[in-house]
Design a protein around this ligand. Sequence first.
Ligand SMILES: NC(=O)C1=CN([C@@H]2O[C@H](COP(=O)(O)OP(=O)(O)OC[C@H]3O[C@@H](n4cnc5c(N)ncnc54)[C@H](OP(=O)(O)O)[C@@H]3O)[C@@H](O)[C@H]2O)C=CC1
Ligand SMILES: O=CCCC(=O)O
Length: 280
Amino acid sequence: MGVPMALNLIKAGYKVVVWNRSADKCEPLKAAGATVAASPADVARQSDITFAMLSDPPAAVQVATGPGGIVEGMSAGKGYVDVSTIDPATAAAVAAAVRGTGALYLEAPVSGSKGPAEQGALIFLTAGDQALYDAAAGPLDVMGKASFFLGEVGAGANMKLVVNAVMGAMMGAFAEGLSLADRMGLQQQDVIDVVALGAIASPMFALKGPAMAKGNYPTAFPLKHQQKDLRLALAEADAAAQPLAVIAAANDLYVRARQQGHGDADFSAVLEAVKGQQQQ
Ligand SMILES: NC(=O)C1=CN([C@@H]2O[C@H](COP(=O)(O)OP(=O)(O)OC[C@H]3O[C@@H](n4cnc5c(N)ncnc54)[C@H](OP(=O)(O)O)[C@@H]3O)[C@@H](O)[C@H]2O)C=CC1
Ligand SMILES: O=CCCC(=O)O
């Protein structure tokens, strides 16, 4: 996600400084005109606003507060925008560390996958320092088609977890429907066509369905990250005393898919876990 987002900033004329743990992934950005920094702190020192797109809560903490991390390069007048999908407690901990330097913090997880990232059509779910939201309006407009400011730190993470919990359950139900149709002797493509015309039509089913029917899962949103989001959502639900029977069942399916080795495939590969449950 980080590469297409940064490429759009470069194309829009922003001076962009990048860092990635595996340095080779910076190559396309360097070729497009970005400066490659030696560490996250180095990015922050050279930038007014630093964006981070990282896998999960441990990565967010490591990059922000670990040795050579963002916090070492932050100071008053700068801002840190974390667009990773993480939990509200991690966002709050990173926010406290960043604000401790005098800098501003905005959480801004995104709705939308690889295609919208390439097209500059992401949806930012932001919360934290509104002054940074205002200051980052230009870059957010370049990378996205909409931005929501939701209030205090944690609200953006919570919104993202709600959306992705629903998405994971939808995809799990779709995979079960395709498998059921197959067992009944129906054509999966016919199911996709019928669903597309009715009240449960979804861009996600239309986009992923044809490849799923062929057993192909080209990675846009890695299954391991979808399961991470379900796990984080379930933890928040537990803390809020809100039972999530359907979403918990979906999580079990994604855990099984990970155990079967599909973690790096697209999350639509949850279909393989459903197939794996079929009785002979
Ligand atoms: N893909 C998608 O469709 C979407 C993803 N998201 C969310 O965005 C985030 C990124 O997703 P995506 O780009 O797909 O994921 P990837 O797995 O492709 O990228 C994860 C990034 O995190 C880095 N990273 C992981 N652990 C560490 C660490 N300990 N220290 C430093 N860097 C680390 C990786 O570095 P390295 O290259 O060295 O491994 C890599 O740059 C996730 O939170 C995901 O849930 C949100 C919306 C859509
Ligand atoms: O977090 C991933 C979201 C993927 C999407 O919104 O299509």
